[in-house]
Design a binder for this molecule. Structure first.
Ligand SMILES: *[C@@H]1O[C@H](CO)[C@@H](O)[C@H](O)[C@H]1NC(C)=O
Ligand SMILES: *[C@@H]1O[C@H](CO)[C@@H](O)[C@H](O)[C@H]1NC(C)=O
Ligand SMILES: *[C@@H]1O[C@H](CO)[C@@H](O)[C@H](O)[C@H]1NC(C)=O
Ligand SMILES: *[C@@H]1O[C@H](CO)[C@@H](O)[C@H](O)[C@H]1NC(C)=O
Ligand SMILES: *[C@@H]1O[C@H](CO)[C@@H](O)[C@H](O)[C@H]1NC(C)=O
Ligand SMILES: *[C@@H]1O[C@H](CO)[C@@H](O)[C@H](O)[C@H]1NC(C)=O
Ligand SMILES: *[C@@H]1O[C@H](CO)[C@@H](O)[C@H](O)[C@H]1NC(C)=O
Ligand SMILES: *[C@@H]1O[C@H](CO)[C@@H](O)[C@H](O)[C@H]1NC(C)=O
Ligand SMILES: *[C@@H]1O[C@H](CO)[C@@H](O)[C@H](O)[C@H]1NC(C)=O
Ligand SMILES: *[C@@H]1O[C@H](CO)[C@@H](O)[C@H](O)[C@H]1NC(C)=O
Length: 734
């Protein structure tokens, strides 16, 4: 409430009711009622710069100038587009009803027989739904405007598919959900009228009222984007007096005179409390996916006052809203001072050095999307005061401990805590900015970051705990670690490739990993690969690459691409080189740096020699003896050739991650590999193609993870109109 008042009052004072700002909030007074209006003319700020007024959960993000409730990109539908669900809510809650006793003078006349006064609201938003290029017959599942009692839950487990991110098989229809949604549904479920309708959902996805859109000539998620851009405008009006909701939909900005849906609905009996959050939810299904994007959102809500602000309400009623502004601003100022004092106290208690840039950046901590900031004491307790017994391992940047902390659901969970040793965290704001990007990266083959903590200049990052530890334990025969069978090994390679493709090409901002090696690849409980430590090299050292640190360390040299010793900078090609080394290690069960091979050959040279030997069939000799012949020969040869191709001395000759994925799925033949290892040439042949290989070690771009903004990138499947077709051609040309 305080936040809302502050935003509201500041906006009034700055007289900001214009659409020139990125997003604005203001109040107005019509017929003796007060309204709060907020407006997002577009969503063009990267998540990083977005103010604190939207809260994201699940797979929702901001990209391509839109609020993407489910991801907008990916070349692999089975991984990036299917089974997604996301929410985005306006952060501040609104009071949507009050009982007669607490509502005073101004509104009481309108209170109904049940003694409740319910707020009216109206909203208009522009949606952009359309199908993927990958399979034009496929669309789904849908997008919904939501009025919810809570914005904290996020899409429940299992809420993808027909549940639209709202409920799941066990919670659907339960009154404890406390929400109302207006769904734009593009898949016909058993209980749906068709696959192109608008519906009113109360606590579940079986609509209480629905209307087909075909009669209006509207096709949600159209098939041909040349004919139809997939844009619709949707208006949702709620009359709190008559307690009716009406929905309008049109292809352009002019609101139709007739509602497509008009139903009676009592928010005060559905919501669990008097406040509600407004926002959106969407999902894709297992074989059904589409762009679920909101491009503009205006909302006006009648202002009610809950019991605690009765004084302000009274004043507003008798002496006009200007006085109320004054009073509320007074309250806001007091709250602001209290908050500032509290923050100062907290800051002092957390023991930071008050003069550092880190502490000056206090607001940074509040940016949405930063992972949770942990209390140092909690981590200390959780690791038993950083007990040796809790140590999981020691990596390039520090020591990793296992810890038990209280999770979001209130139950204790295991996490991995990485304590960075002497990390140069001098660019603290940069660090937090990058931490935020890392936090936004979501992929099933990346280790999820859970939180962070800083104590006396020492940095700790908290990750999901991976019960099976790192890959090296399992492929190099560490005692006590389960050896991986062939299927598991292949799956690990595919997982790492998929994660790398996501970092390099799928995510909005290209991320270079820089440190691909088996000790950075974790295995989850099902032995799926989870790439860790991504993006950190840059976050921790703003003027060094991890290569300079690694150069002196034995055992990691084999992962560094030869050109890096000349350029000192990491690229996508150097990541692919590291990946190639890991592939060879996984198949051969030996370290790239092993020294027991005939002729003192390195692993790479040895495998290449076996490949080049007469006939080429000898390459399977390289496969790990521990598998005792239990492997698929076609797959093994494929992986070995892939490993060699990725280890090509010339960066321009190494395959890209999309090609790697195709090879792994068998959609493309194994790469052609010359019979003997080519000589390293410097300068390397230029890498042409899409021309975005520039590393951002240039002084102008501080944060080198933000290599490209791929808004014109062909990696995006979903592109509006012309860009879209170009994209298709480029993919085909690849
Ligand atoms: C949204 O609000 C802005 C500013 O309040 C206004 O300029 C714009 O026309 C509105 N858009 C629609 C579709 O009503
Ligand atoms: C979002 O927050 C920013 C700054 O905190 C503010 O200027 C802007 O008006 C807010 N937008 C909305 C829609 O509330
Ligand atoms: C597209 O998806 C449908 C339904 O899943 C499937 O039957 C069809 O074979 C797919 N078409 C292509 C070209 O993949
Ligand atoms: C539904 O969601 C709830 C809450 O998130 C969860 O506890 C439950 O296991 C989920 N049920 C299914 C079938 O996924
Ligand atoms: C509804 O949810 C509540 C709490 O999650 C649970 O106790 C109750 O059994 C559920 N009701 C039904 C009918 O499933
Ligand atoms: C889309 O519609 C345009 C115009 O009618 C037509 O030229 C084009 O072939 C269509 N594309 C597809 C993929 O159907
Ligand atoms: C809301 O409904 C009431 C009662 O039906 C009506 O008098 C009023 O004009 C409606 N308000 C709006 C904004 O349509
Ligand atoms: C908006 O669409 C309606 C119906 O499709 C049409 O009658 C109207 O002329 C359009 N208005 C504008 C401004 O394009
Ligand atoms: C909705 O339906 C009610 C009852 O049929 C009617 O009185 C009202 O005018 C309708 N409202 C709109 C916006 O169509
Ligand atoms: C979508 O969210 C789920 C659950 O948080 C997560 O497991 C998955 O990796 C996310 N997918 C993407 C592509 O972000």
């Amino acid at each position: 409430m305080a936040v809302l008042m502050l935003v509201w009052c500041v906006s009034v004072f700055l007289l900001l009711p214009s659409a020139t700002a990125q997003a604005t909030t203001f109040t107005s007074n019509v017929d003796g009622k007060e309204f709060t209006t907020f407006s997002f003319p577009k969503f063009d700020k990267p998540l990083l710069q977005l103010p604190d007024n939207l809260t994201f959960s699940g797979n929702a993000t901001i990209a391509q100038d839109g609020l993407q409730l489910t991801p907008d990109s990916g070349n692999r539908p089975e991984i990036f587009l299917v089974n997604q669900a996301g929410h985005a809510f306006f952060t501040a809650p609104f009071v949507v009803w009050e009982s007669k006793s607490s509502s005073s003078s101004s509104n009481s006349a309108a209170a109904a027989a049940d003694g409740k006064y319910v707020a009216s609201f109206s909203t208009v938003f522009k949606v952009n739904l359309f199908r993927s290029n990958l399979n034009k017959t496929v669309k789904g599942e849908g997008l919904a405007f939501v009025v919810a009692s809570s914005n904290a839950r996020g899409p429940p487990v299992g809420s993808h598919g027909g549940f639209l991110g709202l409920t799941n098989a066990s919670t659907d229809g339960n009154a404890t959900n406390g929400f109302v949604a207006v769904e734009l549904d593009t898949v016909k479920q058993r209980y749906d009228i068709d696959d192109n309708h608008v519906g009113l959902d109360v606590n579940g996805v079986r609509s209480t009222a629905a209307a087909p859109l075909a009669p209006l000539g509207i096709q949600l998620a159209p098939r041909n984007t040349t004919v139809d851009d997939g844009i619709c405008f949707v208006w949702v009006d709620y009359n709190g007096t008559s307690r009716r909701m009406s929905v309008y939909i049109a292809k352009n900005e002019s609101k139709p005179s007739a509602a497509v849906l008009n139903a009676s609905l009592d928010l005060s009996t559905i919501l669990l409390g008097k406040t509600a959050y407004f926002g959106f939810s969407a999902s894709t299904g297992a074989a059904t996916y589409q762009l679920n994007c909101v491009r503009m959102w205006n909302m006006t809500v009648e202002r009610l006052h809950d019991g605690t602000t009765t004084t302000a309400t009274k004043l507003a009623g008798t002496s006009g809203w200007k006085l109320a502004v004054g009073v509320l601003c007074g309250v806001a100022v007091v709250l602001g001072v209290v908050a500032a004092l509290y923050i100062r106290k907290r800051r002092r208690r957390s023991g930071g050095d008050p003069s550092s840039a880190f502490n000056a950046a206090i607001d940074f901590r509040k940016i949405p999307g930063l992972p949770k900031e942990f209390d140092y004491m909690e981590l200390r307790r959780g690791t038993n005061n950083f007990d040796e017994k809790m140590k999981l391992g020691q990596g390039g940047y520090g020591v990793v401990y296992r810890a038990t902390v209280v999770g979001e659901d209130g139950r204790s969970t295991d996490v991995a805590v990485k304590q960075f040793s002497g990390a140069n965290t001098k660019g603290k704001e940069d660090f937090l900015a990058e931490l935020r990007i890392i936090n936004c990266l979501r992929h099933r083959n990346l280790v999820k970051i859970v939180g962070w903590c800083r104590q006396n200049g020492r940095l700790l990052l908290v990750y999901d705990y991976m019960p099976n530890g790192s890959l090296d334990r399992h492929i190099f025969g560490e005692p006590g670690a389960a050896a991986l069978d062939w299927k598991q090994r292949y799956n690990v390679v595919a997982g790492v490739a998929s994660a790398l493709n996501y970092l390099h090409h799928e995510y909005d901002q290209m991320v270079i990993h820089r440190d691909i090696k088996p000790s950075n690849i974790m295995l989850d409980s099902a032995f799926n690969a989870r790439l860790g430590d991504f993006g950190l090299a840059r976050a921790l050292e703003s003027d060094k690459t991890s290569y300079t640190d690694m150069a002196g360390v034995t055992g990691t040299l084999g992962y560094i691409a030869p050109e890096c010793f000349h350029t000192g900078r990491a690229t996508r090609e150097s990541d692919v080189f590291g990946f190639g080394a890991v592939v060879l290690e996984i198949v051969c069960g030996r370290r790239v740096s092993c020294s027991d091979l005939p002729g003192w050959l390195s692993l790479l040279e040895w495998v290449w020699k076996l490949h080049g030997a007469a006939g080429g069939g000898g390459i399977l000799e390289a496969v790990d003896q521990r598998l005792a012949g239990e492997f698929d020969e076609v797959e093994a040869e494929r992986l070995l050739l892939l490993g060699l191709a990725c280890s090509h001395p010339n960066p321009g000759e190494r395959p890209r991650t999309q090609a790697i994925l195709q090879i792994l799925t068998g959609a493309a033949p194994p790469p052609h590999v010359p019979p003997s290892k080519p000589a390293f040439m410097w300068p390397a042949m230029p890498v042409a193609l899409d021309g975005d290989d520039d590393d951002s070690e240039t002084p102008t771009s501080r944060s080198s993870m933000l290599l490209t903004s791929s808004s014109t990138g062909w990696t995006k499947i979903f592109q509006v109109s012309k860009e879209h077709d170009v994209a298709e051609k480029d993919v085909a040309a690849e």
